[in-house]
Design a protein around this ligand. Structure first.
Ligand SMILES: Cc1ncc(COP(=O)(O)O)c(C=O)c1O
Ligand SMILES: N[C@@H](CCCC[NH3+])C(=O)O
Length: 424
């Protein structure tokens, strides 16, 4: 029984293990961390993040790996990916600021997003980033104007929408016809010609991102084939396409019976279609770098038995981890200190005044008591990044652990932190 559980945790993160019934990450006791730093508490494993970047680099030795900052924008995490040689994929001025603070070279930064503001565009042009992934005709005009004003040639790729179903949650499918993202691949050639006619733009690439949490690699093959088709047409038309950026999206293990696909699986699927392509490949993985690096620790506040229904009420709410509320996402929950093998069927809910505030519904979890700590797995991506102050709750503390060492990468917020901006 214990051995089985041990194997299962390793499949999420090889640095996560029970020792004498107590959970450790990279050799650090999670119970001790929860006691010292309080809960809710995010803890990330640095070695795991390093391993994942290295796995991408091994699977795609000639590619530029641009970590998708949106998945987790803690600058210390971004700096870690930079240390391993990654660039950054950003979607806002804030993320660009974060990547630069973390030391990422502008020549390794790509910028996507359907609604870049003039201020954000100006900031990125001034910083001379590698490439804008342009999502509309109007954006081309604005980029050209900013380039002219600043006396620069702005490097652009057009984000094409290949109309491929990535077979994931509809809210995170981004490459289908009805989606707001990118330009229909069938209209792309026309937009490329238009971009070439603008004197302050330099057309350098093709961008495509079909969605997130993709576990089956076949939609990638479909998308890549369409992108390569466009690449060949553009080359024939005299374009110098230096980069093909295929976005991110590789999924991770959330449920015990799910796979944790490797970058190598993606490489095996798509590299054959890219054989004749001269352009440099760019990838923008987010979740598959940091998702299973992180866990969210929470403490049981109350138990409530309504007869027909049991509730475990914890101190982490939807303001800390919103994925279950908005995507009905599953996050595996395990005890920080094992008790016995008795299981209960329960909802695990937070303190927020919303019925949608849950971490798990009708879930069998090991028996717990008031004061126990629970670890919510796979919380490193889109966990803290999507957190809020809802119900005037200070944001959680974030820790980075590596080989037995602990670093506070974001202190717990205070009430003053929440309200300071109201009184300045
Ligand atoms: C343009 C772009 N690139 C990269 C990513 C990162 O995706 P993921 O975290 O699924 O790897 C996203 C988010 O889906 C995105 O919108
Ligand atoms: N926020 C989503 C992923 C969005 C991907 C961004 N394009 C999630 O938590 O799964």
């Amino acid at each position: 029984m214990v051995k089985l559980k041990f194997m299962l945790l390793k499949e999420y993160n090889p640095y996560l293990e029970y020792k004498n019934g107590e959970l450790f990450l990279e050799g650090v006791s999670l119970k001790e961390l929860a006691k010292e730093y309080g809960t809710p508490l995010y803890v990330y494993s640095a070695s795991y993040i390093r391993d994942r970047i290295r796995a991408y680099k091994e699977a795609f030795p000639n590619a530029l790996i641009c970590y998708a900052v949106k998945a987790n924008f803690n600058p210390h995490i971004v700096a870690l990916t930079k240390e391993e040689g990654a660039g950054a994929d950003v979607v806002s001025g804030g993320e660009l600021y974060c990547a630069l603070k973390a030391g990422v070279e502008p020549s390794k930064i790509v910028y996507a997003g359907v609604g870049k503001t003039l201020q954000e565009i100006t900031f990125a042009v001034e910083k001379d980033i590698l490439m804008f992934n342009v999502e509309s005709h109007m954006e081309l005009d604005v980029l050209n104007e900013v380039g002219e004003r600043l006396g620069k040639k702005v490097r652009v790729a057009i984000r094409v929408n290949p109309d491929v179903d990535p077979r994931t949650h509809p809210y995170i499918s981004t490459g289908m016809k009805k989606s707001k993202f990118g330009i229909d691949i069938k209209q792309a050639k026309e937009e490329y010609r238009y971009a070439r006619s603008l004197k302050n733009l330099e057309v350098v690439g093709i961008h495509c991102h079909i969605g997130s949490q993709i576990l089956d690699v076949s939609p990638y093959i479909e998308a890549v084939e369409k992108v390569v088709g466009l690449y060949e047409e553009l080359i024939k038309d005299g374009f110098d396409i230096k980069y093909i950026d295929l976005g991110g999206g590789l999924g991770i293990k959330y449920q015990p019976d799910q796979a944790n696909p490797e970058p190598e699986d993606l490489a095996k699927a798509i590299m054959p279609s890219l054989r004749g392509v001269q352009a440099k490949l760019i990838l923008e993985p987010g979740r598959s770098i940091v998702g299973n690096a992180g866990i969210l620790l929470t403490q049981v506040q109350f138990l409530k038995d309504k007869g027909h229904k049991h509730f475990v009420i914890v101190d982490a709410g939807m303001n800390d981890l919103i994925r279950p509320a908005i995507y009905s996402a599953y996050h595996h929950i395990v005890p920080v200190v094992e008790r016995d093998v008795k299981y209960i069927k329960t909802d695990v809910v937070g303190p927020i005044c919303e019925t949608g505030d849950f971490l798990a519904l009708d879930r069998e979890i090991p028996y717990v008591e008031r004061g126990d700590y629970l670890a919510v797995l796979s919380a490193g991506a889109y966990g803290f990044a999507m957190s809020s102050h809802y119900n005037a709750r200070p944001k959680a503390c974030e820790l980075l652990v590596e080989k037995g060492k602990v670093k506070v990468i974001r202190r717990r917020e205070t009430y003053e932190d929440i309200f300071n901006a109201c009184f300045s």
